[in-house]
Design a protein around this ligand. Structure first.
Ligand code: SF4
Length: 384
């Protein structure tokens, strides 16, 4: 929560569910998801891709399980990765049961498409027995026939009615550990559907603009749609759908949450646009820094500013700052104050070192705080 009122986002109150070790909904942090594109039957390739997503900061990863071979591979995949795995199932109820047994943390399924009540019952039993939650994943591109006939086209009302219809199947089985998504590739449709659904229920919402497009178009479209929802407090977990590598979806998801101050992770760089006043090559420097600082998970802010017009002002609001000076020598700021100067040739290595040192100091402080808390708790328990 920010202490500046204009930065405050009030999150919609939703019930909380569990996706493996990750809590979704309630006051849990908004989690970032992605989905693999390797054939799940190829466990080795899928595990490698999930690990890349983990490094990028994914909280949850979804894999498709269309075949018995893929649910068989899921056992190994779940064992070898750290993030909870969501098994993506469409119509084959047996895949859902196999995936639950294989250790999936969540099943992405539309109960209304599973078939008979008996089959839904079996899937819910498997989910319950194996501690799985469920995601109801409604999509404008695959709405039920009866809703298309009723509404004439996929519209927000149809998406919400579909979601609540599927939800009723689970509630009939007294199963409430589920979240819902109502995705569409049209940003207006998706946003309106989520807004209506947010009003209509208190289930946690998985938000996303489906089939958003390639890296650039998809990022812009998702930022408009998801940005709108997140800003108004809607969304408990998200996936940015891009025709790009899965870890890129994770990076973009994080940037959205960081931009809105909803979560913090890694280095947030404030930097100049292209501008002739810059005292050094800002664009190239920032690109190199982004790459070299990608391993930092601790939230740190860094300003890379080309000249004194905005350099000192931006440095005031960041942990570490750099402002371009004359003759290849630039000013470094620590906690908003001028600290020392650095030669351009050594600048990038120097900044990487400063950020790494700062991250280590913050982590040590955090570890000490946690240790002190644990000691205080143990002392209080011993005194009881
Ligand atoms: S701070 Fe200086 S270099 Fe950066 S955009 Fe402004 S005028 Fe240009």
């Amino acid at each position: 929560m920010s202490y500046r009122p204009y930065q405050q986002i009030l999150r919609r109150k939703s019930r909380q569910i569990r996706v493996g070790k990750v809590l979704v909904g309630g006051d849990a942090p908004i989690s970032v998801q992605s989905m693999t594109n390797t054939p799940t039957e190829d466990a080795k390739a899928t595990i490698e891709q999930i690990r890349r997503c983990e490094l990028a900061g994914a909280d949850i990863v979804r894999v498709s399980v269309p075949t018995p071979e893929s649910t068989a591979a899921l056992h190994e995949i779940v064992r070898e990765v750290n993030v909870p795995i969501v098994a993506d199932i469409h119509f084959h109820y047996r895949r859902a049961i196999e995936a639950a047994k294989a250790g999936a943390a969540c099943l992405r399924i539309n109960p209304g498409n599973i078939g008979s009540k008996e089959r839904v019952k079996e899937v819910v039993k498997a989910a319950r027995d194996h501690g799985c939650s469920i995601r109801i994943g409604v999509n404008a591109g695959s709405l039920e026939k009866h809703l298309l006939e009723k509404y004439g086209e996929p519209n927000p009302e149809a998406l919400v009615e579909s979601a609540l219809w599927h939800a009723a199947h689970l509630q009939d089985e007294d199963f409430h550990e589920f979240k819902i998504s109502v995705k569409a590739s049209d940003v207006f449709l998706a946003v309106a559907a989520y807004q209506q659904l947010a009003e209509a229920c208190d289930h946690p919402l998985h938000i996303g603009i489906t089939e958003a497009g390639g890296r650039r178009t998809g990022t812009v479209k998702s930022a408009i749609g998801l940005g709108n929802l997140l800003w108004s407090g809607i969304g408990d977990t998200l996936r940015v759908s891009l025709s790009a590598e899965p870890e890129e979806e994770v990076h973009v998801g994080w940037e959205m949450l960081k931009s809105l101050g909803l979560r913090h992770r890694g280095v947030k760089i404030i930097s100049c646009p292209s501008c002739a006043r810059q005292g050094f090559d800002v664009i190239r420097t920032v690109a190199t820094l982004e790459e070299r600082l990608a391993h930092i998970e601790t939230p740190i802010t860094l300003s890379i500013i080309g000249c004194v017009v905005n350099g000192p002002g931006e440095a005031l609001m960041t942990d570490i700052g750099l402002t371009g000076g004359g003759a290849g020598r630039h000013m470094v700021y620590a906690a908003g104050r001028t600290d020392h100067t650095i030669d351009e040739a050594a600048m990038v290595d120097h900044l990487v070192g400063l950020v790494e040192k700062k991250a280590a100091a913050i982590e040590a402080e955090e570890a000490a705080r946690k240790a002190a808390e644990a000691t205080a708790q143990a002392t209080a328990q011993a005194a009881e």
